[in-house]
Design a protein around this ligand. Structure first.
Ligand code: HAX
Length: 441
């Protein structure tokens, strides 16, 4: 068996035994309580999921297996001559739970290179769509075309023992992650570069090769991709893309079906599509004002106009975070290092100086600070990637690392079919009148 698979198996058996013991002793212990507002308003703050790969703190931001983003940037192995972490290392950390060595990361790079072949029918399936189709639609269709090769689906149909679910999930996970950059790059070149495709380079790391296949060979763009693929990978379990992948996987839908479902959620403007919305919004602002770098006053006026039209300010706010997203800060640092004088990047920083006060003054926005999506587009535009409709696909390739590592854990720990109780407002009213007890679903 592959080394990483072996190590994962050992860790999963250990944790599985521990959880059994915890549930035996403490299974009836209560975690918090649920209010009526919570069930009507997006289940905010209800602890109802276990996700091993990362944990989000409202003030500190995300930690992957206990490591913050600056710690990952320091401790994860880097590409030769580079200073940003290799996403292979983050995947190893999320899956196995230990900080990888350089050899572990090289092993993963080689493993994904070996698995990266995408059958022609996948490209043919994408080609059947009009070029005008949104890149996320093409991406999900590509994932669905790959599903025909699912080991999990094949073995399940042959009568796989439930003890082996994790193994088939692991194999599909590795195949999927290995192939996603090729599919994403294919979509990019198909839609924006007249179908002039670029063959993979077997000597490059996963994110470096992705940059190369999209047609970006600048070393600092490759560094950006390594950082981008690392910071977008996971945000604990309750966000729409992670939760959807987990939920669909709980029906024993294979990893391809589960990831495709999660990616459909990522394609929503309140979630991953916000990265395209941010740049679209800034481009519109610059066009309307006819300036390259708007003043604070001009930004203020434009933000108020956006709010007045009943729209959200994209890239600001969060369902859990209550401070500036450390993923925003990591990108700001990258900008300061590589392109401190870029007018679009400076516009993002000016918006950052302006928007929080305005959103706070509305009195209803729980988090006026920027999230991950407020910054990413401006860095990409700097290198010439101006096609903002593609940005969510980049997010999706990265997000696959976290949600698929989690799916491996779901199957290894034998997590159950997800099936919370729902109620009708009729029943709620009857309960409020003291006529019915409804909560023991
Ligand atoms: N601009 C204007 N109004 C905002 C706002 C923003 N950026 N963020 C929140 N609000 C409003 C909400 O629309 C809501 O208004 P109503 O009561 O009139 O419906 C009110 O403030 C309270 O919302 P909240 O509790 O602060 O925020 P939610 O948890 O409901 O929603 C969102 C969190 C991220 C969806 C929200 O902040 C938003 O729409 N932001 C803009 C879109 C965005 O950047 N999304 C990406 C989020 C990060 C992510 O998932 N990336 O992939």
């Amino acid at each position: 068996m592959e080394e990483i698979k072996d190590r994962f198996k050992v860790k999963a058996e250990e944790l599985g035994a521990e959880i059994k013991e915890i549930l035996k002793t403490h299974g009836k212990k209560k975690i918090g309580e649920v209010t009526l507002s919570q069930i009507y308003q997006g289940m905010r703050g209800i602890t109802g999921l276990v996700t091993e790969t990362s944990l989000l703190d409202a003030n500190e931001g995300i930690r992957f297996r206990g490591y913050s983003i600056p710690e990952l940037q320091k401790d994860l192995p880097k590409a030769k001559g580079g200073s940003e972490p290799l996403p292979e290392g983050l995947f190893y950390l999320m899956l196995v739970g230990d900080m990888p060595t350089e050899a572990d990361v090289n092993m993963l790079t080689a493993n994904w290179q070996r698995r990266s072949h995408v059958p022609n029918y996948v490209f043919d399936t994408i080609e059947a769509l009009p070029v005008s189709a949104h890149p996320m639609t093409q991406f999900v269709v590509g994932i669905m075309a790959l599903q025909t090769g699912s080991q999990f689906a094949k073995k399940y149909a042959e009568g796989m023992n439930k003890k082996d679910y994790w193994s088939a999930t692991f194999d599909d996970t590795m195949d999927l992650i290995a192939r996603l950059p090729r599919i994403a790059a294919y979509i990019y070149r198909r839609k924006y570069k007249n179908g002039d495709h670029i063959q993979p380079n077997g000597l490059l790391d996963w994110a470096g090769n992705f940059a190369h296949m999209m047609g970006y060979n600048d070393e600092s763009f490759k560094e950006l991709m390594r950082l981008y693929m690392t910071i977008h990978a996971d945000h604990e379990g309750g966000n729409v893309s992670a939760h959807t992948t987990h939920l669909v996987g709980s029906a024993l839908s294979d990893p391809f079906l589960s990831l495709a479902a999660g990616m459909n959620g990522l394609a929503g403007p309140l979630h991953g599509l916000a990265n395209q919305e941010v740049i679209k919004w800034i481009f519109e602002m610059r066009k309307e004002l006819d300036v390259e770098l708007p003043t604070k006053k001009q930004v203020e006026t434009y933000v108020k106009k956006t709010l007045g039209e009943g729209k959200v300010v994209p890239g600001y706010g969060h369902a859990v975070l209550r401070k500036t997203d450390p993923r925003f800060s990591a990108q700001m640092e990258f900008g300061k290092k590589h392109m401190p004088n870029d007018p679009l990047v400076k516009t993002v920083w000016r918006i950052y100086e302006t928007v929080p006060d305005i959103l706070s003054s509305l009195g209803k926005v729980k988090n006026p600070w920027p999230n991950v999506d407020a910054h990413s587009g401006a860095l990409l535009v700097h290198y010439g990637m101006v096609e903002y409709e593609f940005y969510t696909v980049l997010f999706g390739v990265s997000r696959a690392l976290g949600v698929l590592a989690s799916l491996c854990w779901d199957r290894a720990l034998g997590f159950a079919l997800e099936r919370p109780k729902s109620v009708t407002t009729e029943l709620v009213k009857s309960w409020l009148d003291g006529k019915e007890e409804i909560w023991e679903g």
